[in-house]
Design a protein. Structure first.
Length: 225
């Protein structure tokens, strides 16, 4: 199971920060915390998206699959910065942790096949290492299911947009779990983040009011309906 660590560099008061930054441009009194919060909420409810890019999020995501991080990397809005655990410097020849999908976990026979394949990869890595093949070349064998770690810096707007895609029932199950873990981590980081997650981190059908996917889960009616 993956873990989320919201780092202390994350903006503690995202709503108030939005209000302060917007207030500068409106010639407002930005020394009043109550007015800043109210102004910040106004920017959010009015959909003034650029202001949502002020709150920064620094997070360590650990123990999720390399596969889910591959999908994570497609979210490029806001120029996020990301570093991922190296497959060149970390020694995986002694074995590697991997994610087991719940449907495999529940099926004893499938579990044996799955674990067996992972053990075979570890064994092949060891044989290649013994043959003097450099680690960066052995790493080609590492599976997408292996656990990895990413250090991310992004902003509120990027995460809200991501939630619309990745809370969709049609999204990959591990990404939905990761998204919910992120939301839980942010919610407990501060009260203002809790408010934002409650109000703005929703699947895209909650934004549009109808389902935009070709194959609908039925949570919302299709537009045509
Ligand atoms: C059910 C489902 C199935 C999927 N299947 C696949 C799949 O098979 N393969 C796959 O690769 N992905 C798949 N995805 C992921 C998806 O297609 C996107 O790649 C992913 O959501 C990230 O792109 P994005 O535009 O949503 O986010 P971001 O890149 O973070 O962009 C967010 C928003 O910023 C704006 N923006 C970003 N870049 C630009 C730009 N250059 N110019 C102007 N505006 C910009 C746009 O308004 C955009 O909506 C799937 C997602 C779902 C929910």
């Amino acid at each position: 199971m993956g873990t989320i660590l919201i780092q202390k560099e994350t903006t503690p008061d995202p709503i108030s920060l939005i209000g302060r930054e917007a207030g500068v441009c409106w010639g407002a009194d930005i020394t009043d915390p109550e007015k800043n919060y109210k102004r910040g909420m106004g920017c959010l409810t009015s959909g003034h998206g650029r202001t949502w890019e002020y709150p920064q999020v620094y997070v360590v995501m650990d123990g999720y699959s390399a596969r889910v991080f591959r999908e994570f990397y497609t979210h490029i809005a806001g120029g996020p910065s990301r570093l991922q655990a190296s497959t060149r410097y970390i020694d995986y020849e002694t074995g590697f942790a991997y994610v087991t999908p719940p449907k495999v976990e529940k099926n004893e026979e499938a579990r044996a096949v799955y674990d067996g394949a992972m053990a075979d990869i570890t064994s092949a890595l060891q044989k290649l290492e013994a043959l003097g093949i450099p680690r960066e070349d052995c790493g080609m064998l590492l599976p997408l299911g292996m656990e990895s770690k990413v250090v991310l810096r992004t902003n509120l707007r990027n995460l809200i947009d991501m939630s619309h895609q990745r809370l969709c029932t049609r999204a990959y199950w591990e990404y939905r779990d990761l998204m919910r873990d992120l939301m839980e981590g942010l919610s407990s980081y501060s009260q203002e983040w809790n408010t934002l997650v409650d109000s703005y981190f929703v699947p895209k059908c909650d934004v549009t009011g109808f389902c935009t996917e070709a194959k609908s889960c039925g949570r919302r009616p299709k537009k045509e309906a």
